[in-house]
Design a protein around this ligand. Structure first.
Ligand SMILES: CC(C)(COP(=O)(O)OP(=O)(O)OC[C@H]1O[C@@H](n2cnc3c(N)ncnc32)[C@H](O)[C@@H]1OP(=O)(O)O)[C@@H](O)C(=O)NCCC(=O)NCCS
Length: 136
């Protein structure tokens, strides 16, 4: 497995197989767009396919937020997400706040990386689960 910190050499066709269980998932092309807009990311690549990703959005000064972390089902349970988190957090070193929101069962996973439990407020517009259309 190859860990990468950029989309260089990656195309949308290599980004399939994610968002399992989402009723209205983003397409691989949309996943490419959102990763392209993220200042920090980590990709796990195996045989030319992206098998896991995580990214952060950030103001580059104080704060970063990790919206999504996912490993393709066939690759779970082998430490891929842990490797992705370590790689991403290296890039976020020096920032004051690094936040994410997660389900209760993943609290122990994130605690391993120095994050601690806090309250999150969230809003979801399910009509936009596949992403906001490109403007223009
Ligand atoms: C959560 C997820 C990214 C973990 O990926 P992974 O590559 O299997 O994780 P790792 O192999 O690095 O696992 C690290 C540890 O976390 C634990 N863990 C992983 N997923 C877990 C889950 N859903 N619930 C509880 N513990 C979990 C593993 O048991 C493992 O513990 P161990 O080292 O004692 O065996 C993956 O299951 C996934 O993509 N799930 C769907 C998307 C999702 O829920 N993303 C998180 C958004 S907050």
């Amino acid at each position: 497995m190859d860990l990468r910190a950029s989309l260089d050499g990656i195309s949308p066709a290599q980004l399939g197989g994610f968002f399992g269980g989402w009723p209205n998932p983003p397409t691989p092309a949309t996943l490419y767009r959102l990763l392209a807009g993220a200042p920090y990311l980590a990709l796990a690549v195996e045989d030319g396919e992206v098998i896991g990703f995580v990214y952060a959005i950030s103001d580059g000064v104080l704060c970063a937020y990790i919206p999504l972390l996912e490993v393709r089902p066939a690759w779970r349970g082998r430490g891929v997400a842990s490797a992705l988190m370590r790689s991403l957090l290296e890039g976020l070193d020096g920032l004051y706040m690094v936040d994410t929101a997660c389900d209760e069962d993943l609290v122990p996973f994130y605690e391993r990386f120095g994050l601690r439990r806090g309250a999150a407020m969230v809003r979801r517009d399910y009509a936009r689960q596949a992403g906001r259309p490109e403007s223009g």
